[in-house]
Write a protein that binds this ligand. Structure first.
Ligand code: NAP
Length: 258
């Protein structure tokens, strides 16, 4: 299926690895010119090299997307994006009693206010050009909160509430805003959480991994290619009637009917 977005321009935040990389690769394969953002240069160059080797167009911006300077650098490199993928590292896990005020501010900055700032900076241009696709990578924890992920639950729920309102105002201009909610995907972040879980429970990495796998009806972790494919569809020309939605992609882990 041709996604109908060849020649469009995308900013993919936190796109050198993991879920962001999955989105960048899938969009580039559809002929989208991708501006890839992450802090570390090596992984950025590696991913950009893979995209170019597959025939895609990409430029990299080494920047911390959670800072005003980082966002300025990205918007200077790609001032008129048609597609914006909001993503950043997730906040640390822990007991809510140990979360300091500064930790809360960092989580809100990374997982709520940064996406809102980028939406604010890009949405009016999209409206004027009558095409825009904004996708926020959040978490299945927005739908089914996880106790040790209090910082994530709180910050991402704030973003979700904000998006729910704005997405209904922009869709008339063919600008949609949606959220993708990953369950467990085989990325560095997820495996480092499994490692922490193993240490905390005094079990081996293999045992901790097995216990996570047992929670997934699909019997496996998701792949970044599967995540990227969903992202490419939500960003496609065919998806102009989808807005303000939260798409759970979790191998069946969420047990509810809706
Ligand atoms: P990952 O594989 O570890 O990749 C994280 C990416 O984000 C890297 O490219 C990293 O590059 C970049 N990054 C992190 N902080 C950044 C910043 N401040 N500015 C710019 N780039 C930044 O992680 P992932 O699993 O894809 O996770 C992506 C998001 O999805 C996270 O918020 C995570 O909490 C959430 N999530 C993941 C899962 C899962 O199962 N994987 C499930 C639910 C939610 P640099 O470090 O070089 O900057």
């Amino acid at each position: 299926m041709d996604m109908g977005i060849k020649g469009r321009r995308a900013i993919v935040c936190a796109g050198s690895k993991g879920l962001g990389k999955g989105c960048a690769v899938a969009l580039a394969a559809e002929g989208v010119h991708v501006t890839l953002v992450a802090r570390g240069r090596d992984a950025l160059d590696q991913t950009a090299g893979e995209i170019r080797a597959a025939g895609g167009a990409v430029e990299v911006v080494p920047a911390d997307i959670t800072t005003a300077e980082g966002r300025k650098a990205v918007l200077a490199a790609c001032p008129e994006p048609d597609i914006l993928i909001n993503n950043a590292g997730g906040p640390p896990t822990g007991d809510f009693r140990d979360f300091t005020h500064d930790m809360w501010l960092a989580a809100l900055e990374a997982n709520m206010l940064t996406p809102i700032e980028l939406i604010k900076a890009t949405v009016d241009g999209m409206i004027a050009r009558r095409f825009g696709r904004i996708v926020n990578i959040t978490s299945s924890a927005v739908k089914a909160p996880i106790d040790i992920l209090g910082l994530s639950n709180g910050a991402r729920a704030g973003l979700t509430g904000f998006v729910a309102g704005v997405a209904r105002k922009t869709v008339v201009h063919n600008v949609t805003i949606n959220n993708l909610l990953p369950g467990l995907f085989g990325t560095d972040t997820m495996f480092s959480r499994v490692e922490a879980m193993a240490r905390g429970a005094g079990i081996s990495f293999a045992q901790a991994k097995e216990s996570r796998l047992k929670t997934i009806p699909a019997g496996r972790f998701g792949t970044i290619e599967e995540f990227g494919a969903l992202c490419a569809f939500v960003c496609s020309a065919h998806a102009s009637y989808l807005t303000g939605q939260n798409f759970l992609i979790d191998g069946g882990a969420y047990p509810g009917t809706f």
